[in-house]
Design a protein around this ligand. Sequence first.
Ligand SMILES: [Zn+2]
Length: 382
Amino acid sequence: MIDIHNYFKNDYEESRETFRGLLSKVQKVWPEAKLYQHSIGENEDNTIDIIYAEATSSNDKVAMLTSGEHGIEGYAGAAVIHLFVDQYLESIDPSITGVCFVHAINPWGMRHFRRVTENNVDLNRNYFLEETEIPYDLNENYEKESHIFLPKKPVDLISKEKTELYEALSKGMMNEGYKGIKQAKGMGQFQFDRGVYFGGYDEEQSASHIKTWQRHLLEQFKKVIHMDWHTALGPTNEVTMVISEKHGKEEEELKASYGMDNIQVFSPDDVKGDSTNYFYELRESEFSSTSLFSALFEFGTFGTSREAELREFTTIILENQLYWEGTDHPESREWIREELMNMFYPQEDEWKEAVLQEARVAIEALLKEEDILQSSAPNQTF
Ligand SMILES: [Zn+2]
């Protein structure tokens, strides 16, 4: 039996401390492994922490696991990296394989239990090959329906806010409003810096830093396998792989080769600034002889029904409004805080167990197929 409480931490500092402590375990396999810390933003103590080791004799391949691109989602991601270090290192051949573990790409967001950075930026809409590619005027529908998505006044009584928002969103389903926010969710928006799904006016420090690591790995290794851990999307308590069509395989083909139930392929035409898509673009433009696999792995919470989708938008919109405008109603604050946790970091044991179990499925499916794990990997169950 595994003790889930070893893996899921209560705050950013505790999670980071645990991560830093993994270095000695990694060094047992890669004696030269090092911990790198990089401060992001105003508070110097908000750091991206990276444990990195090159292969001990030939840099054939590397496993990169990243967490916390969306702040609050990093708690589950950190749990998965911890699980990986505890259970899979022995199944890797260090002479030809390196590792790169990243804790909290968005440390401010993780510390403050928000998805976005301290500049309100959804980091996964912020990775562009050239700064000139930032699509400032992308989203007309968002602009038309901005009364729904932009905070203008403090959060009222939660029952009132919920009713109004459900009404506006349901009505919006018939017109641009709903399309607008659905599109904004996928594409980001680059005009309203206090709105939800803001992709930024400029490149964020976090994105710049991760880009240097992406480049470094493509330079150093013949093959890079990247798993970026997230929460919320997809069927409840299941893992979903989300991968750029730049990878080059169809959904069905991927399902067959990796043996996973939930796989979504996205087009860069619908999703702007995604870090995994950027990884493929960088490889294509400068490292065409390096092989790359890069995908997001999402642990589902609310589910995939229309009702779940409404609940998701309501949570995201009210959390953003609360952050910028506050509220005079403590119960509104409490409801929003709880609902945000339900969406991105549920506290039920059942969900946490599912995360670890499903992570194992994804890790084994991927890393065996990609020859990182030798097939003698442990097969423990919970
Ligand atoms: Zn995410």
